[in-house]
Ligand binder design. Structure first.
Ligand SMILES: NC(=O)c1ccc[n+]([C@@H]2O[C@H](COP(=O)([O-])OP(=O)(O)OC[C@H]3O[C@@H](n4cnc5c(N)ncnc54)[C@H](O)[C@@H]3O)[C@@H](O)[C@H]2O)c1
Length: 341
């Protein structure tokens, strides 16, 4: 019997990573999936319970660890990263470590290990904000916050690796993603959990910023499509055309949970808060990918998962998260104006 091909998912104990692992296990059952994850505050091995993969705990920036994890792997997908914009405003160094140095070392190790194809998962934020029109893959990068700048730096290092070594890699740039197991620091889980607990929903500014929201299973299918069918050296935007302003999102969450919309509180905006991101994903659709969830279906599915899963998120609210939350929203919520329908 021939050995099963091995896929290494770096960052597989994170939100998109764990959902991607499950998507692959369900759709490519003959693949062996191995995860390398540092289990930072954002990583959680419980996301992989019953997923049928091996977990190696380690840092992508540690060369021997990366090399050992890649041994025998045919493919690499990298979703390991520091990901929260607000935290990058407080301390950028972990972002430079994971999103630049870590990416460089992981892909160098993959090249030396003879990996046949690799996908690096990046973000729409590298293009900066838009006030009209959708970005294409050939547009200039113009990141506007430290998280986005670190992701753009990682992308450029990898495009250089393709030019100089022809290491067969693709980059995906996805829009805001929602679904099961997303860390409570991110807007949709935070609003949902606060609505469930009868706590105020801290909404930046007047909630007028817009985002395109993609269900995580659609993001996972996009990554798999690019791994299998993407042209080496190419970038693929991943978009859902599910644009909606943040106030509407918060209102819909309250309605779904059965909480009063007066829980929504307008708080001082994030510094340099990008107005909108919009991507043209025609290049990805040409590979045969389509999203399955429209805005309502994606948001309702995400909210329903948090309603059904307090066992997962309640323990996260204690400890480190509480300190972060108080620092981020404590002063902002004191005296904040409540939304009136
Ligand atoms: N969540 C979104 O809305 C979204 C949208 C577009 C793109 N992305 C991109 O997708 C990727 C994954 O995002 P996510 O939301 O799943 O993030 P996440 O914060 O939920 O998970 C990140 C994972 O990476 C791990 N990690 C961090 N540093 C590491 C290191 N040095 N070595 C090994 N593991 C490390 C963490 O432990 C965690 O498990 C990121 O690159 C992000 O930029 C996310």
């Amino acid at each position: 019997m021939s050995a099963r091909p091995i896929l290494l998912v770096a960052g597989g104990a994170g939100f998109i990573g764990a959902n991607f692992v499950r998507h692959v296990r369900a759709n490519r059952p003959d693949w062996q999936v191995r995860v390398l994850d540092a289990l930072t505050y954002a990583g959680d091995r419980r996301r992989l319970d019953g997923a049928g993969c091996e977990l190696i705990v380690g840092d992508i920036a540690h060369r021997p660890t990366a090399a050992a994890a890649l041994q025998g792997a045919s493919w690499l997908v990298n979703v390991a990263a520091e990901t929260h914009v607000d935290r990058s405003l407080l301390d950028v160094e972990p972002f430079l470590h994971a999103n630049v140095l870590g990416v460089q070392r992981l892909f160098e190790a993959a090249r030396l290990a003879g990996v046949a194809k690799a996908v690096h998962v990046s973000t729409d934020e590298v293009y900066g904000e838009t006030r009209g029109g959708a970005f294409r893959e050939t547009d200039a990068l113009a990141p506007r916050n430290p998280y986005a700048a670190s992701k753009a730096a990682g992308d450029l290092m990898l495009l250089a690796a393709w030019q100089t070594h022809q290491f067969p890699l693709c980059i995906t740039r996805g829009v805001n993603t929602i679904g099961p197991w997303q860390h409570p620091e991110k807007a949709v889980p935070l609003f949902t959990i606060n609505a469930i607990r009868g706590q105020p929903l801290p909404l930046y500014g007047r909630g007028a910023q817009q985002r395109d929201r993609l269900h995580v299973d659609d993001h996972a299918s996009a990554i798999l499509t690019v791994l299998e069918r993407g042209e080496p050296g190419e970038v693929y935007n991943v978009a859902a055309d599910n644009h909606c302003d943040n106030l509407t999102v918060a209102q819909r969450i309250c309605a779904r949970v059965g909480a009063p919309p007066s829980l929504i509180h307008f708080v001082t905006d994030r510094t340099g808060h990008d107005w909108n991101y919009a991507l043209d994903a025609a290049k990805l659709r040409a590979l045969g990918w389509e999203r399955r969830y429209d805005f309502g279906a994606a948001l309702d599915a995400a909210v329903d998962w948090y309603l059904a899963s307090p066992d997962w998120w309640e323990p996260i609210l204690e400890g480190e998260f509480q300190a972060y939350y108080d620092r981020q929203y404590g002063e902002r919520l004191a005296g904040a104006e409540a939304f009136r329908a």
